[in-house]
Structure formats: C-alpha cells, structure tokens
Design a protein around this ligand. Sequence first.
Ligand SMILES: C[S@@+](CC[C@H](N)C(=O)[O-])C[C@H]1O[C@@H](n2cnc3c(N)ncnc32)[C@H](O)[C@@H]1O
Length: 538
Amino acid sequence: MCDEAFHSRLPRRTPHVDCRRHGDQPRASPEPAELHRCRTDAPVHAGHEVGTPFDGYRDLAGGWCRNRLDIPIEPLGAVDRRQRGPCNVRAFAHRHLEQISDVVSPDISPDDYSGGARGCAAATAPEQGPQRGLLRTEIKFHRRVSKIEPATAASCGSRVHWPVIAKRRDSSPVSVVASLICWPRILRYFMAQSDSGIGNVTPNAELVQMAMSYSRSYMLCAAARLGIADALGDEVRSVDHLAETCQADVDALYRLLRALASIGITEETTPKHFRLTPFGRPLRRDVAQSAWPAVVFWADLLADNWSLLTDCIRTGKPASQVRDPNVPSRWSQDPEADSIFRAVMGTAPAEDYAPIARAWDFSRANVVADLGGGGGALILAVLGLHPYLRGMLVDLEASVEAAKARFADEEVSSRCKLLAADLTQSVPAGADVYMLKHVLHGRRDAEAITILKNCRAVIPANGSLLVIEFILPPLISQADPHLEGHLMSDLNMLAVTGGRERSEHEWRTLLEAAGFRLAGVFPVGNDVGILEAKPAQA
Ligand SMILES: C[S@@+](CC[C@H](N)C(=O)[O-])C[C@H]1O[C@@H](n2cnc3c(N)ncnc32)[C@H](O)[C@@H]1O
C-alpha cells in the first residue's frame, strides 16, 4: 500500500510514477508553510545519522557530493550563507528513493530505511540571494526489499547499500536472461561510485573512502597554491591561459581543473575552458572573507605536521620534535606562514562569535579583556552586544598590529585598547573579566598553568576568568560529527603544538593548580563551553 499519510507530507516535484493511487500525476510543489510543517513533523536524517537536521555547512565540511540529478536544496528551505538552515533530509532521501525505484514501492515503508542524505549548500555570495545546493543520498535498508537495483540507484547518482539490497531470487529462464542483461549496469554502478577506490571495487568501501579523504584536501591545496581561483576571477578561461598565468604544466593543470569541476569548485563550460563556481569563489584571495588563508593553513601548513602523526602518537611528541632535521617543515619554508596564521585566527565576522557573547552574563562587568584574542572577533562581539562595556584585546605584537586595521573601521574601537603582551610572561591588569578562548588548548599543562597563574596575579577578587574551549566528554561511545571536530582538534594540538583538548575534570584540575576554582560551565550550542573560574580564596 502506498503510504498516503507519509507521502502527503513530502515535497513533490517528480511524478509519483507507477504508484497505483497517484498514477502519473505530478503534484504541485508544496507551499513554504507546508515545507516548514514537513520539516518539523518528520524526523530527518543527516549524513548517516538518524534524527538530526541536515546542516549544509557541516556536511559541506565533511565532503561535497554531486548528484547527477542536481536536486536543488533551495525549495526545501536552504537559506542564505549566514543562516545555513536545516532542510528536510528525510524528504530528500525519500524523494530520491522514488527516483531510484521509479516509485516508492508500496511494500517499502519509511521505517524500512534510514535515508541518508549528504549535500552541500553551494555557496553563493549573500547578494546573490538564497543558497542552492546539491544533494546526494545514501539509503540504507533495514530489510531486504525487492524493488531496487543498485544499477538503477547508480544511474541516479545515489548510493544504495548493496549488501542488503536484493531482487527476490527468481530462477526462471526469463529472469536469468534479464539478470545477464543487467550485469553491465551493475558493473557501471561500481565504476560510477566515486568513493569505491580509484577504479577498484573494494570491500569496506566506507573505510577506504575515509583513507582517501586527503585527496580533496590536496586538490584544494594545489588550487590555492597555484592561484587558480584568482587567475579565473569572474571569467571563463582556457586551460592554456591558466597554465601560463599559474605557471603550471598545461595537461596536469587541465587534469586538476576537471577534478575540481567534479567537486564543484570549477565548471568546464566548453572543452578545456573553465570558470569558478560560486562555491569555489572564496578561494580567491581578493574577495571579502577569503577562504584562501584557511585552505593553505589546513591543507598545506598543518597537513605537513599531520603527515607525521604516526610518529607523534608513537612518541607523544609534536611533529617538530619527530621530524627528520634534514627535512624542513612547510611552515619554515613559507615566508607568509605567520601572516596566514594570523589571517585565520579570530578574524571571522564578529556575528559568528555572538553566541559566545550571549552565553554568559556580561551585565555586571566593566572592563573585559580578551587574552590571545587574535583578530578581535570575540571582543568585538562582546562590546557590540554591551554598549556600556570597555574592552582590551591582548595578543602578541604581530597579531595586535594585524588587528589594528580592522579596529580602525569598527565603531567600538574607542572603547577597546589593543595591547601587545606575551601571556607566558605577564597579563595586563585593569579588567574585571578576562577571557581566554582557544589559547590554552595549544599548551601543555605546565605552560597552561603558567598563563593561568599570570591571570590569577592580576584578576580582582570578585573578577571572573572565562576559559572558552571545547569540553570533551568523559566517554566517546558513538560516532558524533561534532565530537569528531573536537577530537580532530585534539590530535591537531598533539601534532602541531604539543597541546591538547581537555575534559571538564581536566580543566578544573588546571584551574585549581593556578589558584582558581571552577564556578560554572556554560555550553554554547554543540560547540565550545565557557568555563567560568573565580579566584580561590588564599
Ligand atoms: C588559536 S588562536 C585563538 C584566537 C582567538 N582567541 C579565537 O579563538 O579565535 C591563539 C591566539 O593566541 C595568541 N597567542 C599565542 N601565544 C601567545 C602568547 N604567549 N601571548 C599572547 N598571545 C598568544 C595567538 O597569537 C593567537 O592569536
């Protein structure tokens, strides 16, 4: 039976093919209100998890997959870049299931599968209006179903988990002939899977896919280092032209450009002519909020340390101490490395830090100091929300110099002092609230305690120290994309600085060692937590 109730909640743009009830009649796309209801009523599936809303931004970080059908996300509520809203992934998965099976088979109930969908909200500049995105689905069945062939799934660019999908066994001569005809399609299915290895049919494809996930990172790194996005600008350019501008081998560059097209960074408009997509645009160095420094930082400068992770784990030492002394680090070879670091740290728009500024009550504070505040995004967010407050941005001299240009343009700059200081030596006095965001995770315990003691030396008796960091749970019992990010950061600290991410217990221990007591913990969404520390009584 066709599940009328469930279908009626789904956004429909495709004909309800072959469904006995609805025949071939396409239904109109639902109104936004209906979509909203659909989103809130129906449980949704994101990535491989059940029950969490799809977040284009986060999934984008995990990987961008092109669906050959290019299902637009926009009609289901994708939003502009700043909002990054959820959309109804279950509905997407279900709709894709229709396309794969030509019909949502009457004998497949929504409970039979966990529809996965992974997509991207293809970036558009805010002025270009709402985001569009592309979606790819992964549909996992919990029972054997008769309707779907992987080959058909592949032809929709989707992925149906093969081992549990089976046509009912039928040994009639007609069926045997039919299955022989099907074989080339099934073969094409495996060949078509971008994630089954380079032309290989591998068991444990998902694990192998994880092992290969460096490829996108390196492609982006090459694109950034060669300056491809800047060479493209807003134009369509020939490979020959680009090779000359980027000083690259023509054929090799063509191969990179078409691979970049396959992940949505570029688009091949006519053979061997490319342009940048809206998604790839932030790779340009000359655009506001350019992603270029972050791409180089992660995909080149830090990836260099990650390549030594095995030895870091073996020895417990950062990459700088396990590296062959005759092989210089990428960082040491790059004259721009320090400025790239500064361009990445605390330079996001202040709005991105507003959730932190709202998560703690600053109403009784007079002067707030952001220690190691980088580009000043957090102190700007705090001062922006509290017009009576005065602030201090404290960082190493080069970072403070770099931040000056930004503060010159900010309305709040008259209320904020920019001070150069080495926190391992001393902390400037004069504030009643001190913040340390993502500074201590870069430090070993002994160094972190030194910085905390320097804070203790200047903080008034009724002052507060806000340590803003990831707070690891005591147990990691299941896969969790947020935690993956935090634990990735933990390994990043191990390999790059020798620091670490910490649990609440570990933060408390550090604070107590420096003469503080932990007075409260304020979570900021799924991301960081604010650990409020008060000076312990002497
Ligand atoms: C990981 S970044 C965090 C930036 C910012 N707080 C944020 O969360 O966006 C660490 C910051 O601490 C600063 N820093 C590192 N060591 C420092 C020191 N000894 N004295 C002052 N600042 C330091 C760095 O320059 C950098 O801006």
